[in-house]
Design a protein around this ligand. Sequence first.
Ligand code: GCW
Length: 695
Amino acid sequence: MLKKILLVFLLFSFADARADDGYRLWLKYDLLKNTAKKAEYKRFAGFIEIPTEKSLIIRTAQSELKRGLEGLLGNRIAGVAKKSGGIILQRDKTLPEEGFRIETKGGNLVISGPDDRGILYGVYALLRHLQTEQPLTGINLSSAPKIRLRMLNHWDNPLGTIERGYAGASLWKWYELPENLDPRYLEYARANASIGINAVALNNVNASARFLTPEYLIKVKALADLFRTYGIQVYLSVNFASPKILGNLQTSDPLDPQVRQWWAAKADEVYRYIPDFGGFLVKANSEGEPGPQEYGRTHADGANMLAEALRKHKGRVIWRAFVYSPDPHGDRYKEAFNEFKPLDGLFADNVVVQVKNGPIDFQPREPFHPLFGAMPETPLALEFQITQEYLGFSTNLVYQASLYKECLESDTYAKGKGSTVARVVDGSVHNYDFTAIAGVANTGSDRNWTGHLMSQANWYAFGRLAWDHTLSEEQIADEWVKMTLTRDPNAVPVIKNILLQSREIYVDFTTPLGLHHIMGQGIHFGPEPWLTQSARPDWTSIYYHRVDSTGIGFDRTAQGSNALGLYRQEVQNNWNDPASCDLKYLLWFHRVGWDKKLSTGNTLWDELCTRYYRGVESVQWMQKEWNRVRKSVDSEIYEDVAGRLAVQHREALNWRDACVLYFQTFSKQPVPSPFKQPERTLEEMKKLVAIYQLK
Ligand code: GCW
């Protein structure tokens, strides 16, 4: 007996002493310390009643609610329903699809949803409410998603690597599936469901054909069976050449009857394994991936063939618009537009075209993609990159809700003022029947899921904005900090402020004033503005910044490439004139002389230097601010974030010195005071970057 007590004691003290490692994300459900709140919440924690027809998702909702309440309130929830004092989960068909309402009625708390997912999302909303210590008395909260398909795209490869993944190996252990189900699969599904994500594409868009073989479909099915219990549908990225690779056909021409037949049979087979399979995600004729253009066919021909194969199963095709050609005289900015705009209206009704937020490639800042203002007849899905390919990998703290919001709120003027990207994507501008948004996942098998603990906030923010793009980045940061890090009222605003400033700080020390695509060819987290040679001209830096002794920037006005001409007149009016163009987009659209006076009062050269230097100083500011919250956050998390901020400072210095020194060879001007000339030389910076890129 004594031994047993000792063991229990040891276990408990271990649990207490054990530092937080971020594994539990924002779903910790630790006992609330606020006794008044606890007492208020306990009035409804007597029992949980669920609808008589119980589905798997309802069971999930019930057990999640029980787990949450027991953790937060510290008492067991009885199984027996009473008249009042409990929580009732119920169906209410009058509510909008997947939505929910939470209200108090007759001494109970009632969570209603029109469908199972709605009830599950209502449960998570309630738990969020309690975790952030909001008042429950008189609660009347309803919400419904603005976009129907809210999905993560994993760029995970069959052998466990992740393209542009910085948080360890893939979560999917393909060799162990289907027999062995890693417990993380469920935790992953929970996390997604808690923020309203209802679909995932499991594999890289640079797709291996093996996922469509029976050997792999059985593995995919194992994951789909599990994710279904959290309301998550599975999609696969497919290789357009699969008929040749797997079917031994001579061609993968989308108009060839045998090819069409092959895909139809393949779709039937997939649905035998996974009856609620979502559909195919396709990257075609892009960066060397196969596609319909090899046969003289269009993207619409390719997408429509797959759409036909999936139609009878209610499956969908998500066809990516990320295409560009290696034309040294062209402007990559315009290429996706030029290929897709003429196809508007030609896609089958179960096709969605997925467009990246900006025209180049997930840069720290991009103007919104011109296709969002130009495809009234084609449902467009918006693709964000949550993983930080161009945002400092997992060593830089960059809260991306600011980037997402900037894009979502950009006005396309597609149907007059107020036709924001968000409203195009949610279908309210053009009445698309099906709407979708995707985030390229930042998850991996690192214990804390995302490498940088603070990058969890980006996963969280993506889900929350996919649900409701009108939420502010501030509100989302508030929820995330309180659920993940601390509810200490002295620390919460400090951490929120770091998050809210972080994206602009990153832009400042990497690509201020509208510079873009000047990163290392191999190290997308580091600088290589001097890159002039590559396998393709549009993979160099000079293609984008066009620096010379007179100035810097890409002229995309009518005198230049006229990429600006792809936007509505009102948008062009905002950006056309270098004197009034928002400085954050200046060098995206204009070549500007070094001595040109900007609205800040500085010349272009001085302003450029000021931003690079200010960026580095701001990283030091983040370090100091983080230090202020040391006592309010878990020590393991504190140390880990502090360490990564120190790395970020080193990387910021590298960016600053590399860019300032290189551009200075053209401007031939001193670094303006009070800043000091970098201590390192350009040659040293080039050597450093070269070392990072050695094989
Ligand atoms: O951002 C680029 C990445 C590629 C990626 C591609 C894409 C999956 O560097 O790694 O490939 O975009 O989005 O298809």
